[in-house]
Design a binder for this molecule. Structure first.
Ligand SMILES: Nc1ncnc2c1ncn2[C@@H]1O[C@H](COP(=O)(O)OP(=O)(O)O)[C@@H](O)[C@H]1O
Ligand SMILES: Cc1cn([C@H]2C[C@H](O)[C@@H](COP(=O)(O)OP(=O)(O)O)O2)c(=O)[nH]c1=O
Length: 211
């Protein structure tokens, strides 16, 4: 069985994390082995970098280099081996977040991000031209004002969550610009949890990712 690389994306507070447990249960019930992971993070080195990225002030190039450094370790150590075993890889954020947060949010050069993406996600040997990309990206689309209301009081904000709503408007626009890619599945996240989940399950069945 071939591996499935599924990512979850959206602005902070859109409701991604609320559905990861249920996704794991769903895929396991269909007989799949699940590797559940996140970015930045997913390996000891990448989790160390995550702690720095989420807490230390830095310029946008430093931030971009650190998220891609963390990603490289994660891709090599976890994602590629898991896909080779045939696992379902459930990954909370991947490179779309870099284009949305560092690119659209922070205004960093998308051309440089694309170059880093090619270095970090390039295949090996004969597959060198094939970039590792998710098979499906569940994009939780939510108005930034609603997301901010949901987050208020829910948890202590990290360096990104502490940004003003204008930052998240730019990040949301960055996601919307990438959503033309057919691997994106838009989930209307401005609905009660059970209806959000219903959309997630429906899109996985429609696209043939669930038996
Ligand atoms: N559909 C929903 N309606 C209302 N509140 C929600 C919904 N989904 C999640 N929440 C709440 O919103 C907050 C952010 O959700 P979370 O899943 O942590 O978002 P993310 O992982 O995208 O940052 C949490 O307090 C969560 O309980
Ligand atoms: C993967 C990635 C995340 N981020 C940011 C988005 C989030 O604000 C933060 C951590 O993501 P996330 O794991 O969604 O945070 P939480 O566990 O608090 O819900 O990192 C980037 O800025 N660039 C990236 O490439």
């Amino acid at each position: 069985m071939s591996g499935l690389f599924l990512t979850l994306e959206g602005i902070d507070g859109a409701g991604k994390s609320s559905h990861i447990d249920a996704l794991e249960v769903l895929f396991k019930a269909s007989g799949r082995t699940v590797t559940r992971t996140r970015e930045p993070g997913g390996t000891p080195l990448a989790e160390t970098l995550r702690g720095l990225i989420l807490s230390q002030p830095m310029d946008a190039l430093t931030e971009s280099l650190l998220v891609f450094a963390a990603r490289r370790d994660h891709v090599v150590q976890v994602i590629v081996p898991a896909l080779a075993r045939g696992d379902v890889v459930l990954c909370d954020r991947f490179t779309d977040a870099t284009f949305a947060y560092q690119g659209a949010g922070r205004g960093f050069d998308a051309g440089v991000l694309s170059t880093l993406e090619r270095w970090v996600q390039a295949g090996q040997g004969a597959d060198a031209d094939a970039l590792l990309q998710p098979h499906i990206t569940l994009w939780f689309d939510l108005n930034p004002e609603v997301a901010a209301e949901r987050l208020a009081g829910a948890r202590l904000p990290d360096r990104f969550e502490a940004q003003p709503v204008e930052f998240f408007r730019r990040v949301a626009a960055g996601y919307a610009a990438r959503a033309a890619d057919p691997r994106f599945a838009r989930i209307d996240a401005d609905l009660p949890r059970d209806q959000v989940w219903h959309q997630v399950e429906a899109v996985l069945r429609q696209r043939g990712h669930l038996a």
